[in-house]
Design a protein around this ligand. Structure first.
Ligand code: SF4
Ligand code: FE
Length: 483
């Protein structure tokens, strides 16, 4: 049986022996930790929805490799329809969680490693594709969450990996043994790592011969000896320790990132997908980044749907749903959000088959998708804050609302339209705060800028893929220029 229930997923994470630290303390059990649990709930949704018949087409797919229906997050894309369904699934999950559901990095790493190992084997006679297929079938059968780890700390950005003052600033092989390799280093901003069973490590930039030891890709369980994680702070995260449901904005769902340190971690031979073939590092990065830039045309749009809805509800509660400028702002938010969706669908529809047989997005369009994502969610946030009003950041706490003496004051002075409770008005404003400034802003706002690569990374790809020479020739032809 290749599909786990949400509950089975939670229990499987509970059984792991991960080394997790948060605010200077070791967390024995992330599953029941009030700050970490919402992020686990978001991943759980990828399992819960896969159990529902109405979502079967989006959330699951037939795996030709194990001959069973698998969760789409473990699927190797077999067509452009698969690519489109991936984006639609991500939009759906964004709508259901209003958070980062974290499981996409593994899916994107899967599809990038699948095709790159195939091409590396053809060039070098290595057996990485075979290693990857074995791992992939295991993940599909067990319905596991796999984190995709690409971003090294990078130190001095002007220097190559081998030229850094501290050699660990890019993850590298420190020992080669008959039975495998030993690696040291770290991966930063690891989305969902503490909610994952396995991690696929990949290089983060194109590399030269001197960087051979850094050109490494592999997969290991997240509780492998030598791996430990430092969970990042998020704006307003400790509100989750207060026990209420209003001030957190989204009490059930969230996302999580962590610095993941690899301190002499052993990787057995059959889990290695790249080991020194430096000229394939760039291909792996480009493909993973391309898939993840497509992903943002789905997940961010789904979360955007919730934010647009929240802004419209706030307008209703303020008594201004018919004001023409409010209607226009909500139209603008929708226009921006659907433009992102168009990009996600377009780069999927224009996808092509790789030599390994899976499908890859159109790289130029995927990069355009992400470039727009670095801008539009900011404007959507701006408009949501405009519509919400200043109360979204000045409202008293839930404790005041529940207080015998202060509660009636809050009730009286923060009511909008008479037929809506003050509590409901505060709830929707706190949700907007959460998405634009709070814990979810990590996954919606700032991640829109830097997740899947910062804006300049896409501009480099647009320059490379844009075929300017062809466009110049078009102009010369029309202008009858012969040189
Ligand atoms: Fe998935 Fe979006 Fe989170 Fe990336 S940011 S893991 S694409 S939900
Ligand atoms: Fe991301």
């Amino acid at each position: 049986m290749a599909l786990k229930t949400g509950e089975e997923y939670i229990e499987s994470i509970r059984r792991m022996n991960m080394q997790i630290y948060y605010m200077g303390e070791k967390i024995d059990n992330p599953v029941d930790h009030p700050v970490l649990r919402p992020s686990l709930n978001s991943v759980r949704m990828t399992y819960d929805l896969a159990q529902k018949p109405e979502y079967q087409n989006l959330m699951t797919a037939m795996s030709p490799y194990i001959g069973e229906r698998v969760n789409r997050f473990t699927h190797i894309h077999q067509s452009t329809e698969d690519l489109r369904n991936k984006v639609k699934m991500q939009r759906l999950l964004g709508q259901k969680t209003a958070a980062c559901f974290q499981r996409c990095v593994g899916m994107d790493a899967f599809n990038a490693v699948f095709s790159t190992t195939y091409e590396c084997d053809k060039a070098h006679g290595t057996h990485y594709h075979e290693n990857f297929l074995k791992f992939m079938k295991y993940v599909q059968k067990e319905d596991l969450v796999v984190d995709g780890a690409m971003t090294d700390p990078k130190g001095d950005r002007s220097k190559a990996p081998h030229a850094q003052a501290d050699p660990d600033l890019y993850l590298r092989v420190v020992e080669r043994r008959d039975d495998g390799i030993v690696v040291c280093g770290a991966k930063a901003h690891q989305t969902g790592i503490i909610n994952s069973h396995e991690v696929i490590v990949m290089p983060t930039i194109a590399m030269g011969e001197d960087d051979k030891d850094y050109a490494v890709s592999f997969a290991v369980p997240v509780d492998t000896k030598g791996i430990f994680m430092l969970v990042g702070r998020q704006s307003c995260d400790t509100r989750k320790l207060e026990g209420g449901t209003i001030d957190v904005g989204n009490s059930e769902f969230g996302g999580v990132e962590a610095l993941t340190v690899f301190d002499h971690v052993f990787v057995p031979n059959d889990r290695i997908f790249l080991n020194g073939e430096y000229e394939f590092a760039g291909m792996l990065v480009e493909r993973f980044a391309g898939y993840h830039r497509q992903s943002y045309g789905g997940c961010k749009v789904g979360v955007g749907d919730v934010l647009i809805g929240a802004a419209a509800v706030a307008a209703d509660y303020n008594g201004v749903p018919k004001a023409s400028h409010i209607k226009d702002k909500i139209i603008e938010m929708q226009h921006l959000n659907e433009t992102l969706y168009c990009c996600g669908i377009a780069c999927s529809s224009e996808g092509t088959q790789t030599p390994a047989g899976n499908y890859m997005i159109d790289l130029l369009l995927a990069n355009v998708c992400k470039q727009n994502v670095t801008r539009f969610p900011y404007e959507i946030c701006r408009l949501a804050e405009d519509i919400a009003g200043g109360l979204m950041v000045t409202a008293p706490s839930e404790k005041d609302l529940r207080d015998e003496k202060l509660g009636p004051v809050v009730e009286k002075y923060f009511r909008g339209t008479a037929d809506v409770s003050t509590e409901n008005r505060l709830r929707i404003l706190r949700l907007i705060e959460n998405l634009t400034l709070g814990t979810a802003a990590v996954g919606y706002r700032t991640e829109s800028m830097h997740g899947a690569g910062s804006p300049q990374a896409q501009r480099i790809m647009i320059a490379r893929q844009g075929n300017l020479a062809m466009k110049k020739q078009l102009a010369k032809d029309i202008a009858h220029i012969t040189e």
